[in-house]
Ligand binder design. Structure first.
Ligand SMILES: Nc1nc2c(c(=O)[nH]1)N[C@H]1C(S)=C(S)[C@@H](COP(=O)(O)O)O[C@H]1N2
Ligand SMILES: [Mo]
Length: 502
């Protein structure tokens, strides 16, 4: 009786070890594919990631991406990677099972590797990615097998010896997966190189922005160091400049198609421009500014000779994203291919994105490849999910910095943005909105038609907890809407306020 219980326990333990070994091989194979091809469409986790963002219920997408932003994307990516590891582990475990029948330990290595290869290839149709996945997997399988030599060609899972062997295999596999996995993780965390101003063609403009910025603790400069990102997929398209093209289609007399070389030879426009996401919170962080370079969109539409029934367009992108809005909005829009003097980064839509001044960020379509002139109005990606984010962005004055100065005064500051309506001043109240004072405002960034400002206000704190409220005033004197609304569906509005301790 005792023996039966022990055998049962040993059996389960051996099986548990085997599950973990399978997971380790899964980790190693997934990491191998990542090291071979990076976060690209060829990465083995990409199909899962795409599947998740395409088929998850709309409510999940609506909140996960627009509200959680990059956190939502990270959750998606982590889930996709776990599913990939799980699939590979299942294959490895299955192969072990099959092999038990034949009882040839070494035979397991080519069989498992072969199956992993087939799975990777079916997922990605990419040789480099699949080979990248199976090489480390095969190596680890071999090490585990060689180091824990089993001197029987029978798989007696209930035997004590097998448990000891499994334990050794399990330790080796875990160490291997941890080492290799951490190499991959380090690779993944490597950030892009910081911008070096020396050989930057936009140096003059970036220097201007630096000089105009207030130097205040806790507040971003006028050109954002870490520009926010919102993407419907966690793995962005990897579009090379020499394979990119854009077509103006639909209700046109001539379909116009241009490639990257064409676009760089067309009229050039450079300017500061701010983007703000409709899904951000009122005092959120999804509003940033960069110095962009591109070419105006209108000449392309003129060449196409458009004739739209609704005066509206659908702009489509490589990642399956699409947004519909009035042609009118394109009046001052550019197709941008440089950001802060550098080629547009992949995460911001490389090689070419649309930039529509003054509007919510969602219609500034990244990886843009088609401008379709429509006959009838249709919903865009976010509008299908209930958002109304194609119009002009709401006016906002944020409060991000709160410092106590050496002289005992308080200093508060933030950014203010009013799209193309422009900011004339920012007002601050330190008594909950009863009385108002004018804040200092940074000079206009030039050239720009919708760039934000920074504001700063210094005051002697009253001897108690007090409420600071801030509001922007537009160029024409319109005071920012006081009424507070949530972000869904039309973007946040209202005055930002904060309780401050004297
Ligand atoms: N192709 C494509 N374009 C896109 C998106 C996207 O997911 N795919 N996101 C949009 C949203 S909601 C915003 S707010 C801006 C953000 O631009 P950024 O990621 O460069 O900050 O891009 C817009 N353009
Ligand atoms: Mo957005």
């Amino acid at each position: 009786m005792n023996k039966v219980v022990r055998n049962l326990r040993n059996f389960n333990l051996a099986r548990l070890y085997r599950v973990i070994i399978s997971l380790c091989i899964g980790v190693v194979a997934t990491t191998g594919s990542f090291i071979a091809v990076g976060f690209s469409p060829a990465f083995v986790a990409t199909p899962f990631s795409r599947f998740l963002s395409r088929y998850l219920p709309d409510v999940v997408i609506k909140y996960a991406i627009l509200i959680l932003g990059s956190l939502g994307q990270k959750l998606n990516l982590i889930t996709a990677i776990m599913l990939t590891v799980g699939l590979f582990a299942g294959i490895v475990f299955g192969a072990y099972k099959v092999n038990e029948r034949f009882g040839r330990p070494y035979f397991n290595i080519p069989v498992t590797s072969g199956l992993l290869f087939v799975a990777s290839y079916l997922l990605t149709f990419d040789l480099q990615s699949s080979v990248g996945a199976i090489i480390p997997a095969a190596v680890l399988l071999t090490i585990v097998r060689v180091v824990t030599y089993i001197d029987t060609d029978e798989y007696d899972l209930s035997g004590e010896g097998e448990v000891a062997d499994s334990r050794r295999s399990f330790i080796i596999a875990s160490v291997g997966a941890a080492l290799f996995g951490s190499v991959g993780a380090r690779e993944a965390l490597k950030s892009t190189a910081p911008t070096n101003l020396e050989d930057n063609p936009a140096k003059e403009f970036l220097t201007q922005a630096e000089q105009k910025s207030f130097d205040i603790d806790g507040m971003d400069a006028l050109v954002s160091e870490d520009f926010y990102e919102v993407d419907i997929n966690s793995i962005n398209p990897d579009v090379k400049a020499d394979s990119w093209s854009l077509s103006v289609t639909g209700q046109v007399a001539n379909t116009v198609t241009i490639d990257y070389e064409d676009i760089t030879e067309m009229e050039t426009v450079s300017r500061f421009e701010t983007l703000r996401c409709v899904g951000e919170s009122l005092n959120g962080e999804k509003m940033d500014t960069a110095f962009w370079t591109g070419t105006p969109v209108m000449p392309l539409l003129e060449r196409a000779d458009i004739d739209s029934g609704c005066g509206c367009v659908m702009v489509r992108a490589e990642d399956g994203y699409f947004e519909e809005f009035p042609v009118e909005a394109l009046e001052d829009a550019i197709l941008a291919y440089r950001m802060n003097g550098r080629p547009l980064p992949r995460g911001h839509g490389a090689p070419v994105r649309l930039l529509v001044p003054g509007h919510w960020g969602e219609i500034s379509v990244k990886w843009v490849d088609e401008i379709e002139i429509l006959d009838k109005e249709m919903d865009g990606y976010w509008e299908e999910r209930g958002w109304h984010g194609t119009g002009p962005a709401n006016t906002v004055a944020k409060l991000h910095a709160e410092n106590t100065l050496e002289n005992g005064n308080k200093e508060v500051g933030g950014h203010a943005y009013a799209g193309t309506r422009g900011i004339s001043r920012v007002e601050v109240s330190t008594d909950g909105g009863s009385t108002w004072n004018e804040a200092e405002l940074t000079e206009e960034l030039e050239p720009s038609i919708d760039a934000w400002h920074q504001w700063r206000y210094e005051y002697e704190p009253p001897n108690e907890t007090h409420t600071v409220v801030v509001r922007a005033v537009e160029e024409d004197g319109t005071v920012q809407t006081k009424e507070e609304t949530g972000r869904f569906p039309s973007g946040p509005s209202g005055w930002v306020s904060r309780e401050i301790q004297a």
